[in-house]
Design a protein around this ligand. Structure first.
Ligand code: FE2
Length: 387
């Protein structure tokens, strides 16, 4: 498959999902861009979509799914180049044409096995860069750096990364127990006991130590991470905002995206402060948050949700959009699809994609609903079939 040679194509007999409505029609593509859109039957010789939906390619802002391919078992690392190819294929097959590969920066002294993957960020980024240079990638890969601010080396790790590689998005994370994602300490115990196999007694020591050092370090590191992001012109996201104080802080810092607000209150305040809100697509599909926080569907129905992220299951993005299409006030399928296309593209400053409009990148997904679940049957990136 050659991913760079884009012959003109016309896709017809499709249900075209535009930003504000769905209509039967056709789309013409040339030199990687949408050049014409029509209603009704298309020109002769066009590719027949058999009544399937045509969506803009999905835009994913936050996925760490590459980790699952690179470290398929705890502490067992797979070949980086091979992991990137498998991950990229899975992303494209899920209808995602723009993906923000999310890398955690900052070691965690208390999560030994996971820190191993942290040290391998450079290996993975270099593998992606090599694959891109050789035109082997199906999706357009961007970089999202997830900065754990209480980590001892987070500032150094971010400086080092930005000196070597481009990035577009930086998120400010703080998983110190007793706040944000883990305001409920019991949930923290369940989550980390499952992940680390530590006893409750051992974890209680970890919690005390993390709370002791976390606050001081977070206060010192957070402004430095913010300053670095602004100096490099990167978009800032705040992670797991819970209280009005969390949102006020993010707002003062120039944060544009509220990633996984854990309460209704924080989501509403983020909106008022002009931020776009992101919730997990698995949360929609599973019907709630795995750590007991706000429900994505509730926020969507309250009109407080802008963006969905596949988080840890790439296929969740397309599924969640179709599941939410019936939510009151979402604006039908067109409105639900905006959560995974136009809205994330705009929030990340990618103005050349995310919508079926003449002049935009021809990133397109042909989707058929099968027993109520969407299946991506064909995917084009800049007019080239990539899945
Ligand atoms: Fe989190």
């Amino acid at each position: 498959m050659e991913f760079h040679a884009a012959d003109p194509i016309v896709l017809t007999n499709a249900e075209v999902v535009a930003a504000d409505r769905v209509f039967p029609g056709w789309i013409a593509v040339e030199s990687g861009r949408i050049v014409e859109i029509g209603e009704g039957g298309g020109p002769k010789g066009a590719i027949d979509c058999q009544g399937d939906y045509l969506l803009p390619g999905l835009v994913e802002l936050h996925t760490d799914h590459l980790e699952a391919h690179f470290m398929p078992r705890p502490r067992v690392f797979w070949h980086a180049g091979s992991a990137v190819m498998a991950y990229d294929a899975q992303i494209a097959a899920a209808g995602i044409t723009t993906v923000f590969d999310s890398f955690r920066l900052g070691v965690d002294e208390h999560e030994d096995w996971r820190s191993g993957a942290g040290e391998q960020v450079a290996t993975l980024v270099e593998a992606i860069e090599r694959a891109r240079a050789a035109d082997l990638l199906r999706a357009d890969h961007q970089t999202h750096l997830r900065c754990e601010v209480p980590s001892p080396n987070v500032v150094e790790a971010l400086e080092d990364f930005l000196a070597r590689h481009p990035a577009r998005l930086v998120s400010l994370m703080d998983h110190t127990p007793g706040q944000r994602q883990f305001r409920d300490l019991e949930k923290y115990f369940i989550y980390y006991q499952g992940k680390t196999g530590q006893s409750e007694h051992e974890l209680a020591d970890v919690v005390r130590e993390r709370q002791r050092v976390g606050r001081t370090r977070a206060q010192a590191h957070r402004p430095q991470v913010v300053a670095l992001a602004h100096a490099h012109g990167l978009t800032l996201a705040s992670h797991d905002d819970t209280t009005l104080d969390d949102v006020a802080l993010a707002s003062r810092e120039g944060v544009r995206i509220a990633e996984f607000p854990t309460t209704h209150e924080a989501a509403a305040a983020s909106r008022d402060a002009g931020m776009a809100t992101v919730m997990g697509a698995p949360n929609v599909v599973r019907g709630g948050s795995h750590s007991g926080n706000a429900s994505a569907r509730d926020l969507a129905e309250a009109g407080l949700l802008d963006i969905l992220s596949s988080d840890y299951v790439p296929a969740a993005l397309l599924m969640a959009a179709f599941h939410l299409a019936d939510a009151p006030s979402i604006g039908g399928l067109a409105g639900a699809v905006r959560l995974v296309t136009k809205n994330p593209a705009e929030a990340a400053g990618l103005v050349d994609r995310g919508e079926i409009v003449v002049g935009r990148r021809a990133d397109l997904v042909r989707v058929r609903a099968h027993h109520g679940e969407p299946v991506a049957r064909a995917v084009w990136r800049e007019g080239v079939r990539v899945a």
